[in-house]
Ligand binder design. Structure first.
Ligand code: PGA
Length: 256
């Protein structure tokens, strides 16, 4: 049997400023002194300008920090982009790639996402690669076809990857920021499907890769989701901006 350490990441999206971040970091540090979540791998992904601040507050806590996006090229004339090596330079251990907001609002294709995943794997940066269907796709019975297509695009880049540095995030688009959550059974079904597709595509490490759920995870639903055998933690948006909620979700991952 494979044991996978739970993984919980906070995706702050485009929220925060120096002062409010400081309150959040202070509360996270204080709570960590009271409660052990040692067996859970935790990462915070603030906007780029605050990565240095995250490093200053978190570097002695065991909580990692990372970015929400990365460039698909190593360096060069790409105004506004940030590379894998720059993130590593700032102490990042992770980056999110292919979030649905970037796919739908910022035009990222499966191919873009695949190139970004490949950059991370090649450069040694942990990658949290997001996949998930829209409401139309789910209601049209196309969930598995969409997940299969998104997974097929990134699988070649994952074949040689260290499984400890790859996290897949199943984020049904209709559940993100909406208060609607996939049921634990729906999440389990999607996660098992994603893992099976990875294995079929020759990603030998897929049974050790964490597949986390994202989409309106809250302290009240976290345990039931994380108890599912293929749900290895969460990618947390809104609730990661409230220290106590985020910590309670981490605790849920520790007990589930
Ligand atoms: P949410 O966002 O928890 O606010 O639904 C999750 C995400 O988009 O990563």
């Amino acid at each position: 049997m494979t044991t996978r350490n739970p993984f919980v990441a906070g995706n702050w999206k485009m929220n925060g400023d120096i002062v409010t971040n400081e309150h959040l970091f202070t509360a996270l540090r204080a709570a960590l002194e009271r409660v052990s979540i040692a067996q859970v791998e935790v990462a915070i992904c603030p906007p780029y300008p605050y990565l240095g601040q995250a490093g200053a507050w978190l570097n002695d806590t065991g909580i990692a920090w990372g970015a929400q996006n990365v460039a698909e090229a190593p360096n060069g004339a790409l105004t506004g982009e940030v590379s894998v090596s720059m993130l590593l330079d700032l102490g990042c251990r992770w980056t999110i790639v292919g979030h649905s907001e970037r796919r739908t609002l910022l035009g990222e294709t499966d191919e873009t996402v695949a190139r970004k995943v490949s950059m991370c794997v090649g450069g040694g940066l942990g990658v949290i690669a997001c996949v998930g269907e829209s409401l139309d796709e789910r209601e049209g019975g196309r969930t598995e076809a969409v997940l299969a297509r998104q997974v097929a695009a990134i699988a070649p880049a994952l074949r040689e990857a260290d499984p400890a540095r790859v996290v897949l995030a199943y984020e049904p688009v209709w559940a993100i920021g909406t208060g609607r959550t996939a049921s634990p059974e729906m999440a389990q079904q999607a996660h098992a499907f994603i893992r099976a597709r990875l294995l079929e595509a020759g990603v030998g490490g897929a049974s050790q890769m964490r597949i986390v759920y994202g989409g309106s995870v809250k302290p009240s639903n976290a345990v039931s989701l994380f108890e599912m055998p293929d749900v290895d933690g969460g990618l947390i948006g809104g609730a990661s901006l409230v220290a106590e909620d985020f910590l309670n979700i981490c605790r849920a991952a520790a007990v589930a």
